[in-house]
Design a protein around this ligand. Structure first.
Ligand SMILES: [Zn+2]
Ligand SMILES: [Zn+2]
Length: 378
């Protein structure tokens, strides 16, 4: 049977239905639902737990089992805490609420759930228990007061735990609070809760308690995570620095602007492949000089600064005269000046390297019988 509401409003007071169990049905007072105000019938038989029933067509949240459990738990705890005030007065004592917390550490998947628990005297000296009264912009399920001042809040949750927003608001109000799981075992059955026992809470305004062992484990994990974050940050900074340095190198110093492969064939039957490079000198990305050099020669063939006129013509002339100086019988410079090679790309695709004779074939072959170079036809 789904949970039923056990509290009714009689003469403007919310009371538990059981207190009318000794009365014959006709003697029982008129009772209404504390939520919707509709008249309800008290069901006080021996078979089921005492409860009240709405009319069959009633539209009221309290007819849902979860809402009924919430209301029953909340009103039950409030009533027991009121009784605690009376008890304390009789015993010349201070009313108190002792809570029990389970260690809230969530370990790894294979870790055993921690079973440590602790009991704390949480609220002492309250003299009023208020149900659903406003505290600031919030309305805790139960508010404990002392001399008319709100001193602590109790939230009962059945389906919805206290939201982060509500927790933040209560924190802002400076109201200590606990969250209690609402369930029938709390208020009925063989061992219903009373204020002389500890009240098991799922969390408090200070979060979920951790036992010393688990707190140490958690601190260790947090430190590990922080260290990882620090290393990650360091790596990112290093990478940024590197990128900046590369950027600087790209924009400064000598860089290839054009390249040209030239093959030389000699009367001896020897052949030789060389590469000429036009390089420009960059200063913060600005071209401030040019030079012609040849991969096989150690020194630049021509160096120009940005004041020199007709630089490209002078480079072309220097290139031509250097080729002639080689005294080859055939000079194959049919390959044009081209964009500089991307060395990173050539690492992956050596077949694109124009200097690689395995893939970029020589255009002539030596005919050793005729002692002359012959064009290779392809
Ligand atoms: Zn109702
Ligand atoms: Zn623990």
């Amino acid at each position: 049977m789904p949970a039923k509401l056990q509290w009714v409003s009689v003469a403007d007071e919310v009371v538990h239905v059981s207190q009318f169990a000794s009365l014959k049905p006709k003697q029982r007072p008129r009772a209404s639902c504390p939520v919707c105000g509709d008249q309800v019938i008290m069901k006080l038989g021996a078979k089921n737990a005492h409860h009240c029933a709405h009319k069959p067509d009633a539209v009221c949240a309290a007819t849902s089992g979860e809402t009924a459990v919430h209301l029953n738990s909340k009103l039950y705890i409030a009533r027991k805490l009121e009784k605690e005030i009376t008890r304390a007065q009789q015993d010349g004592d201070l009313p108190r609420l002792v809570i029990k917390e389970l260690c809230g550490y969530k370990g790894g998947y294979y870790e055993k759930t921690c079973t440590e628990e602790r009991s704390t005297v949480w609220a002492v000296g309250f003299d009023e228990v208020a149900v659903e009264v406003r505290v600031g912009n919030r309305q805790p399920d139960i508010t404990l007061r002392h001399n008319g001042m709100d001193m602590a809040g109790i939230e009962v949750h059945v389906t919805n735990a206290v939201s982060d927003e509500k927790a933040a608001d209560l924190e802002l109000l400076g109201l200590p609070w606990i969250e209690v799981k609402g369930k029938p075992e709390l208020y009925e059955g063989d061992w219903p809760w009373n204020s002389l026992q500890t009240l098991k809470v799922t969390r408090t305004g200070e979060g979920r308690w951790r036992c010393a062992t688990c707190a140490a484990k958690e601190a260790e994990a947090a430190a590990r995570k922080a260290e990882e974050a620090r290393l990650e940050q360091e790596r990112a900074e290093q990478a940024a620095l590197w990128e900046k340095q590369k950027e600087h190198e790209r924009n400064n110093g000598w860089h290839n602007r054009l390249c040209r492969v030239v093959d030389f064939y000699y009367s001896s039957g020897k052949k030789f492949r060389d590469m000429y490079q036009v390089q420009h000198l960059l200063d913060d990305g600005q071209e401030v000089g040019l030079r012609l050099q040849c991969v096989s020669q150690k020194v630049a063939l021509l160096v120009l600064d940005d004041g020199d006129r007709d630089p490209m013509l002078r480079i072309a002339a220097c290139f031509r005269s250097d080729i002639n100086r080689q005294r080859a019988v055939i000079v194959d410079d049919s390959m044009k000046w081209s964009e500089p090679l991307d060395w990173d790309l050539l690492d992956a695709r050596p077949d694109l390297d124009p200097m690689n004779p395995m893939t970029a074939h020589f255009g002539y072959r030596w005919d050793k019988y005729a002692n002359k170079w012959r064009k290779r036809w392809r």
